[in-house]
Structure formats: structure tokens, C-alpha cells
Write a protein that binds this ligand. Sequence first.
Ligand SMILES: Nc1ncnc2c1ncn2[C@@H]1O[C@H](COP(=O)(O)OP(=O)(O)O)[C@@H](O)[C@H]1O
Ligand SMILES: [Mg+2]
Length: 464
Amino acid sequence: MIPLSLARIARVTGGQLCHGDPGAVVSGEVVIDSRRAGPGGLFAAVAGERSDGHDFAAAAVAAGATAVLATRPVPVPSVLVADVPAALAALARSVVDALPAVRIAGITGSSGKTSTKDLAAQLVERLGPTIAPAGSYNNEFGHPLTVLRADAATRYLVLELSARGVGHIAYLCRVAPPRYGVVLNVGHAHAGEFGGLDQVARAKGELAEALPADGVAILNADDPRVLAMAERTEARVVTFSTGSDAPVRAVDIRLDDLGRPSFTLLTPDGSAPVTLRLHGAHNVPNALAAAALARELGMDLDGIAAGLRDAVARSRWRMEVRRRADGVTVINDAYNANPESVRAAIDALAHLAQDGRAFAVLGHMAELGGTSRASHEDIGEYAARIGDSGLAGLIAVGEEAAPLLDGARRVRSWTGEALAVPDGAAALELLANRLKPSDVVLIKASRAAHLEGVAADLLGEAGQ
Ligand SMILES: Nc1ncnc2c1ncn2[C@@H]1O[C@H](COP(=O)(O)OP(=O)(O)O)[C@@H](O)[C@H]1O
Ligand SMILES: [Mg+2]
């Protein structure tokens, strides 16, 4: 973070300084969780559903925060603003403008943003000091908070950009204008809120539109809606592909028994063998996107290949594969779910279960709008057809997930069990009576279902 005086914060945000010394300096982290407020920091008070950050203003200052960004008066040093996200955006933009040497990359898409951001960050860190968000800090709060961590030493910002509607990504791109943009895919995540895939494409393409003429748009050639974004950018276009003839591509893709991909990475600089520590074939396009970005930032092929080989999963509950002492394998992919990511996870499950039986504990996929029921049925059908004989057991958690079972039952030849349970505890009970060594269990649902606890229980990891 570059040190900012309260006077400057008030000026940049158009806010009013209260109870504070204008010369007092914020030099620590800017946070929206008062429990994370620390010495020299700035606590941004936000009114949430359950609690109001303003009630914790005094506690944040007691913990060492220099001041509070607030929308109503609080009894401690503060800058009063009309809108906290807008104030954070203005502050972040002022930091970006003060650091012209920082190269900014934005990553968007319906699935795989965090995985790709984590891969890309682990490559780019080899080039120089890099700021990338923790987890999915990708919206109007997390994005500026991440940008605000940059300082004079920072060389790269690797940012994850999320959207729940048209205009959101354009907004994030104004907060920190990227010169490098990666678009992974256009899928059904939040499609209900967007109003269909064309709207999703319109929204994700705002990243391509935001890139300058001397920028680079890194586009997935395997997704026609993403490739079409080449028409919407002034930037130079670089594509990646796992199938077609793109400048950055993967050939000879294989998965080991735990679903970790190996492939030959081809770039205009030559080829290199790569084995990922991440699980699932869907991480190959993610790795290619990260490789293409690193290459544009000046990394050589050996560095890229070594970086990809060393990269680990930094964010939890995305395709975590663990084998229990009794030989049961658990895939914890419980971070979130949409039709594309559930298919990718079922593919990985089928691969891992080649020598055993496959079980899937699936919660519902949120925010799909009018296509929700049909999408759940289609996924159920997909699960019943996978591999030689479909899943041995499909456990739908919660009423909204029940259409998964209707879809699976459409497959007449399917001999697996279709089981409906009200919650994760009931799913665990069913599994306890069924699992045998060499079985594989996938756990996946939208975030709201919190099914990661099921995976933790299966693995005997209490308190997660
Ligand atoms: N390229 C991809 N295509 C389809 N599904 C993917 C891809 N990358 C990741 N996933 C799936 O999506 C889930 C969420 O991944 P994540 O990287 O957190 O994406 P996001 O940040 O876009 O939500 C993962 O658990 C995985 O199942
Ligand atoms: Mg994410």
C-alpha cells in the first residue's frame, strides 16, 4: 500500500474528514472485515445483511486502524463518503495512477477465474513483485481492496474480474485499467441474472473492449463466444487452445490416476513438457491462459513450464483430491457450481473412478434463472451416462437439487442409485453405509450450500 494521508483520502473520495488529523497516514491494509483491521490500516465500514460495519468502527481503530471509511458518523477518525465501494474505487484508481510502472492483467470468464489467477500469479511472481487477490476477491469490494495493496515495489497486478451483470467488468476495468486481458469461457454461471449466454458474452467481452491498442487480449479459441471478442478489442489478440491451431496450445493431454494433467505446451518459442499439480482436464485451458499471459509479460518458455509444474492450488475447495487411509478418494470441489463446472468435475470423477465406483454428492446450481430445472436434469443425465455405467450413486442434497435425479432416471440403462437427502449430514450417513476402498466421491454445489463440510467430514478433518 502506498502511504495515504487522511487529507488525501478525503480529497480523492470527495469525503469529509471527521475527528481526524488530516496529516495522519494510512500505510497498512484497507479492509472491510473489522477483525482484520491492523496498525496503520483503513477500515471500510459496510452495512451487510447480518451486521453493520459502522458498529465495529471503534474496535477497528482500537486494533490500530488509522481511520474508518464510513457513510454515517462514527466516534473515531473517519472519512465520511456517500458510497463506500465508489470511494474504494476512487482510492484504488488514484493508487494505480500513482504507479505507472505497474503492469495490470485482468482475468475473467464464467468458470476458472480463480484457478487461472492463482496459476498466473505463480508464474508472474517469478518475474517480479506481484499483487494478486486472495481467493475470489473479484467484485466491487475485493477488486479495489486488492489494487490498494500495490506500492512502489509492485511490478504486476494479476486481477480476477467477476460480473453478475452487464457493465460490471467495464466498471472494474476503470478502477484498474488492464493492459492484458484474459477471457476463459462464456458459460452459465449467473446466466439467470444476466438473462442468457449472449448477455454473459456481452459482459465478459467488456474486458476485451477495455484493453488499449498497445494491450493484449488473450482469448480461448475453443469457445466461439470468447473468440468472437477479437472483434471487440483494439488490442493485439493472442489465442490459446487445447484442440485447434492456436499460438499457445496443449497437445498430448493425458491425466494420471489422480486426474492431474500432463501435456506438451506449444508456444511460438517452442515446446515444453508440463505436468500440473492441479486436478482435472479443465485446468489445461487455465494453464494455457496463464502461460500466454506470462509469455506476453516477458517470461521465457523454460520459466513458464517450470512455473506451471511447480504451481499449487492456492484457493481452497476447488478440485482438492485426497485419498483416505481406507482407499476411498474424496474430490472436494465444493466452492461453487454451474453446469460447465459440474460437467468438468464429473469428467474428473469418472477418470479417477476407473478402478472403483463413482459417487457424486451434488447440491443445486444457483442463479440459473428460467433454465434451472432443465440444467439440473441435463447434469443428472450426464452423470448417469458417464464412464462405462454412469455413477454408482448420485446423491442430490436439498429440494432444489432434486431435478438432477429426474434427469439421471431418464437414462434407462443406468443401474446406479438416485438418492435425495435434505442436507449434508444425511448425505454423509448414506455414504457411510456404501463406500468401499477404491470408491471415489465428488462433493460439489453452489457456495450457499456449504458442502465443503461434507468433504471435511468424509476425510475426518474436523472444524473446517
Ligand atoms: N476452465 C474451466 N472450465 C470449466 N470448469 C472449470 C474451469 N476451471 C475451473 N472450473 C471449475 O469451476 C470451479 C470453480 O473454479 P474457480 O477457479 O474458482 O472459478 P471462478 O473463480 O471463475 O468461480 C472449480 O472447482 C472447477 O470445478
Ligand atoms: Mg473466483
